[in-house]
Write a protein that binds this ligand. Sequence first.
Ligand SMILES: NC(=O)c1ccc[n+]([C@@H]2O[C@H](COP(=O)([O-])OP(=O)(O)OC[C@H]3O[C@@H](n4cnc5c(N)ncnc54)[C@H](OP(=O)(O)O)[C@@H]3O)[C@@H](O)[C@H]2O)c1
Ligand SMILES: *[C@@H]1O[C@H](CO)[C@@H](O)[C@H](O)[C@H]1NC(C)=O
Ligand SMILES: CC(=O)N[C@H]1CO[C@H](CO)[C@@H](O)[C@@H]1O
Length: 341
Amino acid sequence: MPALPTFDCKLITGVVYAATAIGLFKLASMTYSFLSLITSLFLLPPVDFKVYGAKKGAWAVVTGASEGIGQEFAKQLASRGLNIVLISRTQSKLEQIATDIETKYKVQTKVVAADCSKNTPELYALLSRAIEELPVSVLINNVGRSHEGPVPLVETPDEEVENILTINNLFLVKMTKLCIPVIDKAIASKKASRGLIVNVGSFAGLFPTPYLATYSGSKSFLQNFSQALSVELKSQKIDVELVLAYFVTTALSAIRRSSFFIPTPKDFVAATLRNMGRRGGAQDRFATSSPYPSHALLQYVAHNTVGVYSELLANATFKAMKATRAKRLKKLQRQKEAKAE
Ligand SMILES: NC(=O)c1ccc[n+]([C@@H]2O[C@H](COP(=O)([O-])OP(=O)(O)OC[C@H]3O[C@@H](n4cnc5c(N)ncnc54)[C@H](OP(=O)(O)O)[C@@H]3O)[C@@H](O)[C@H]2O)c1
Ligand SMILES: *[C@@H]1O[C@H](CO)[C@@H](O)[C@H](O)[C@H]1NC(C)=O
Ligand SMILES: CC(=O)N[C@H]1CO[C@H](CO)[C@@H](O)[C@@H]1O
């Protein structure tokens, strides 16, 4: 039997060693990031909002504050001792929540009824007037719009596409721009030692989501916008954080029952504030947090296996979206028939 040429043996041994080394390195880095995930979400004490001016008379601005995740941000920041500016379209809902907050948490509130989908100078003038004299140290860019349901791009109404991009991107950028000098002033006047800008992102920006393509793209915009801005504002003592959520039980997701992977807004925001500034499940990206434990696990596993931006995952998401769309169309058809009777 002819012996294998020695150089082949050396080559094979070399490849095996290299593969083992890469494997061990990968294993070690995965173990390290998993331990960091656990530490950041469970072992470290809750973040203290004193640095952001809690109980020192500083204010937090929350957009989309009348429902869902935004309403919880308003309440839970108030419970930490921040005064709150609440923004959404509906004055009556805002006033109700503001009254509840003032009674329960003994902080001040201000409400601004405004439609964030109207990209007009009047809108930004109104918002600017409302906040410029307040020591604002925290901005929660929460307002967001998604599609009415999963839909192919060509069938998406223009109004829907424009609203999603205006609210989720253009408004968020301009609102942020407007708030930075106000936050600077609050820090200069010692109402807070640091400022905080939170952008509410979504797993739709992490996994390309067919049939919600415009929403998916609008949320992935926030990834690099938030990271770039976080570096830009570091020396100004303003922290910028993209917060990633998978499903949460709100009107936007149209999911009513909470489960292991789908928290209520209350539980989601509690985890978010507790872990503010810590990466959680977003170990692979700075200025980003995936703060809810089961979401963090999902992201960690996706990142370390198929990859969050992979075609495989996009294919799987497409299948789920097709099923959701079919169910929704059937339901709409039934409603139409019921009306006709
Ligand atoms: N729910 C989820 O599963 C999920 C998952 C990932 C990310 N997110 C993100 O979380 C954020 C909050 O979503 P949510 O689920 O809490 O939504 P939601 O329950 O539908 O609440 C949306 C809030 O925004 C306000 N709003 C809507 N359109 C507005 C407009 N044109 N101008 C001003 N205010 C407006 C609404 O109040 P009015 O009707 O009074 O204006 C309401 O207070 C969004 O950025 C969303 O993309 C949600
Ligand atoms: C995704 O689906 C398409 C069409 O069904 C297929 O051609 C492609 O190979 C799939 N990709 C992966 C990575 O599964
Ligand atoms: C275009 C681009 O630079 N995208 C980056 C945005 O941020 C994510 C997460 O940190 C990167 O993976 C992308 O490459």
